[in-house]
Ligand binder design. Structure first.
Ligand code: GLN
Ligand code: ZN
Length: 771
């Protein structure tokens, strides 16, 4: 084999969506889990999905050997890697079969839990909206080849006539994302097992070599984020992982990818490790310098020039200029400029499959969009070298300048803002005014907003969207549900009521559909985790609110009760985090526009007699930049946007916020700076530890630690809730404590909701009485 024939081809992608253009994977999984199809039918359907994916990518121009990455996953790529090396916690040892392998059933048990065991923990994948399963590794975890899926998928590709490129999350990222197993001694770090893990990866690579795979791709996104260890130690670990694997002889050529950001001075370590190709994200951060490329030698640079996580069409002239600049630097560093490969910045798993089916989007908007298939075409196009280079510092995506993108009134209003618009005045004075207006008891009880979304509610919404139910019929159906929810809360004796959010399909899409500046897609599904998909809205233009959104529902709910009803809005940061957002202005500017629209909604709620408004920001921590040095700037604009949305409220109006995670203390100063009167957080799963750790000096307002873990159908007992509340009262004081569940009740049933809330109210009464 000559060097050139073995080279990575000129165009490739880091990864491709797995769910299927019609969500075939989701449908097959749900059918299999419900027992509607058997294992053979499930295998047949997923096999067909992979065949169709390979055929599609060939059709789009990825025809050369090793151009197509084998990124299919039944649930999650991190779980795939963990299972491949047998990284299974001891509580799940039964999923390992007698021959040491883990089959599909065992794989799904790890992902979804069993009657006896909760599943692996799930958390955010870098700064995306995708969730991975957290591997658990201890000193005794039996790391071994527990799955041959890598070689099997490669062979399957050959059957389909495609010489593909197997892909696995690399050992360094796997260990950095893993947590110490529950039974590991204090001080143990999964990284302590690096050599054992690498030995198993080496075996996997040798299986691939035996199967005839010319290339393998190891994904090492952890290099693009600040880690619990410093850069020097990371560089040494690159040598110990990539370097150790490269030193083997029975292996395919190795491509290491580093998506989700620049890797800066780790690049030389990677280039010098002995692997044959290194991918860089060339859309975020600076292009690698000639100095960083100094050790390039024969290594192929894979330039991630097409942004893989946005939906915007690439400005090809700019991308071509960056490609030309990279080639020059490679040449100056002594490498071969012709060997540079064009690719996406990250896997395309974060964008929908194709624009082709979006027949309802405005044509001018469509002309500026690219989903996964369109991005593959961009990569192929750039690689052919037919694009005339423009300026290196040109725009990243094509210009959007059709009606709806710019709204001068919105811009003028944002430009006229002053610091005073972010101020609500002294908290103590507000608290007194609120107490006077609301007359709430000590330790008030409330919920986070949504009530169970029963089948009739979802059906009424779907029928209304499809035109089978007219507006009056729809309003009547929603009002009936609101009435039922209010009556239930009155009966249970809650202090602050909610309308239950029956009209909302999704807490972001609902607002996107009611604000100008957004478009919503018909088929734009992206995987959130496993079989779960979301359909992010596209925020392309200046945002404004043509009419009040939530006011009628809230006012109707308030008309049914003398207790205060809490209005319910989604905050600006969360709306941005769960949408595809324009890239032609800063996120802060866009967030302010959304905030102004919400500010008007708050004012209209107040005018309609609503005395408490909750602005949810579950995604506040999620968008936190991967590099510590970028975090302050992010927190500054995100906090300001929340304040802009809420600071128009009168002192007597109580502003609540809800954050769906327990890492409260990590960003406690930012949460404090939101200046909300009451903040509810998740804490039931961590048994109240979160609250015990809150420093009352740093956070001095109302706080509602979740005392019912709504992620499971389990009904918490009165004693257990009272215990959590008592501990929380000891930590933060009685004056500012609230009693509420961890999150919204949308996914729960009415039976457990009624029982759990009854216990919550009873526990609060007991603690209030001083018991
Ligand atoms: N108000 C929302 C609800 O109750 C909050 C959801 C969330 O935090 N993700 O459903
Ligand atoms: Zn929540």
């Amino acid at each position: 084999m000559t060097a050139t024939s073995a080279a990575l081809p000129a165009a490739t992608i880091v990864g491709y969506p797995r769910i299927g253009p019609d969500r075939e994977l989701k449908k097959a999984e749900e059918a299999a889990w419900a027992g509607r199809i058997d294992a053979a039918e499930f295998a047949r359907r997923t096999r067909e999905l992979r065949r169709a994916t390979r055929a599609r990518l060939v059709e789009l121009g990825l025809t050369a050997p090793a151009a197509i990455p084998e990124t299919f996953s039944l649930y999650d790529q991190v779980l795939d890697a963990a299972v491949s090396i047998g990284a299974v916690p001891s509580r799940f040892s039964s999923v390992v079969e007698a021959d040491g392998t883990i089959g599909t059933d065992g794989y799904f048990t790890l992902a979804r839990g069993s009657a006896e065991q909760p599943p692996l923990e799930m958390t955010k994948w870098f700064d995306t909206n995708y969730h991975y399963l957290v591997p658990e590794i201890g000193p005794d975890t039996d790391l071994h080849v527990a799955s041959h899926r890598l070689a099997e998928l490669f062979r399957e590709g050959l059957e389909d006539g495609v010489t593909s490129r197997p892909v696995i999350v690399g050992p360094l990222t796997l260990l950095l994302l893993a947590k110490a197993a529950d039974d590991a001694p204090a001080g143990f770090d999964p990284l302590d097992r690096v050599d054992d893990a690498v030995a198993v990866y080496a075996e996997l690579l040798s299986e691939l070599a035996a199967a005839g795979a010319p290339w393998v791709q190891l994904d090492e996104p952890a290099l693009a984020a600040d880690q619990r260890i410093g850069a020097d130690e990371l560089a040494r670990l690159v040598e110990r992982t990539a370097g150790a694997l490269a030193a083997r002889t029975d292996r395919p050529r190795i491509l290491v990818t580093t998506p989700y950001g620049g890797i800066g001075d780790l690049l030389p370590a990677l280039l010098g490790s002995g692997v044959e190709a290194v991918h860089v994200d060339a859309t975020r951060g600076d292009l690698p310098t000639s100095e960083q490329l100094a050790g390039i030698g024969d290594v192929q640079l894979v330039a991630g020039l097409v942004e893989g996580r946005s939906v915007w069409r690439t400005d090809e002239a700019t991308a071509a200029a960056r490609l030309a600049a990279l080639r020059e630097r490679v040449e100056a560093a002594g490498g071969d400029p012709a060997a540079v490969v064009v690719a996406t910045s990250v896997s395309l798993q974060h964008v929908p499959h194709t624009l082709e089916r979006e027949s309802a989007l405005p044509a001018e908007l469509v002309a500026t969009l690219a989903f996964a298939d369109e991005k593959v075409a961009e990569v192929v196009h750039l690689a052919t070298g037919e694009v005339e280079p423009g300026r290196v510092d040109g725009p990243r995506s094509v210009a959007r300048d059709f009606p709806g993108v710019r709204d001068q009134a919105v811009r003028d209003r944002a430009a006229a803002l002053t610091a005073a618009d972010l101020e609500r005045g002294d908290y103590a004075r507000r608290a007194a005014a609120q107490q006077e207006a609301l007359g709430l008891p000590v330790l008030p009880t409330t919920t986070i907003g949504s009530f169970p979304q029963v089948a009739e509610v979802r059906r009424a919404r779907a029928d209304h969207t499809a035109g089978r139910l007219d507006d009056d019929g729809y309003v009547a159906a929603m009002r009936a549900e609101i009435r039922r929810v209010i009556e239930l809360q009155e009966e249970l004796g809650l202090d602050v009521l909610v309308h239950g959010e029956p009209e909302r399909n999704d807490m972001v899409q609902y607002f996107a559909e009611n604000l100008d500046g957004f478009a919503t897609t018909a088929h734009g599904w992206v995987q959130s985790y496993g079989s779960r998909c979301t359909r992010p809205s596209i925020l392309f233009g200046d945002v404004s609110r043509p009419a009040p959104i939530t006011v009628d529902w809230a006012a109707y709910a308030q008309s049914l009760t003398d207790k205060p009803v809490k209005g319910m809005l989604t905050g600006p940061v969360t709306i941005l985090a769960w949408s595809f957002v324009r890239d032609d202005q800063s996120l802060g500017e866009t967030a302010d526009q959304v905030a102004l629209a919400l500010r008007d909604e708050v004012a209209d709620l107040e005018a309609a007699g609503i005395g408490i408004v909750q602005v949810d920001e579950p995604a506040l921590r999620e968008l936190l930049p991967l590099r510590h040095g970028d975090q302050d700037a992010y927190l500054a604009w995100s906090v300001d946007a929340f304040r802009l949305a809420t600071a128009g409220a009168a002192p007597a109006t109580q502003i609540h916020t809800h954050l769906c995670y327990s890492e409260f203390n990590e960003v406690i100063d930012a949460i404090d700076a939101l200046d909300a009167d009451v903040t509810s957080i998740e804490s039931a799963r961590s048994r109240g530890e979160v609250v015990a750790a809150i420093d009352p000096e740093r956070f001095a307002r109302g706080i509602g630690p979740g005392v019912w873990d709504i992620h499971s159908p389990r009904v918490p007992g009165v004693d257990e809730i009272a215990e959590l509340l008592t501990a929380a009262r000891a930590a933060v004081g009685a004056e500012r404590l609230w009693a509420n569940p961890d999150c919204g009740l949308k996914t729960r049933g009415y039976e457990e909701t009624r029982a759990s809330l009854a216990h919550l109210v009873e526990a609060a009464a007991r603690v209030r009485a001083g018991a």
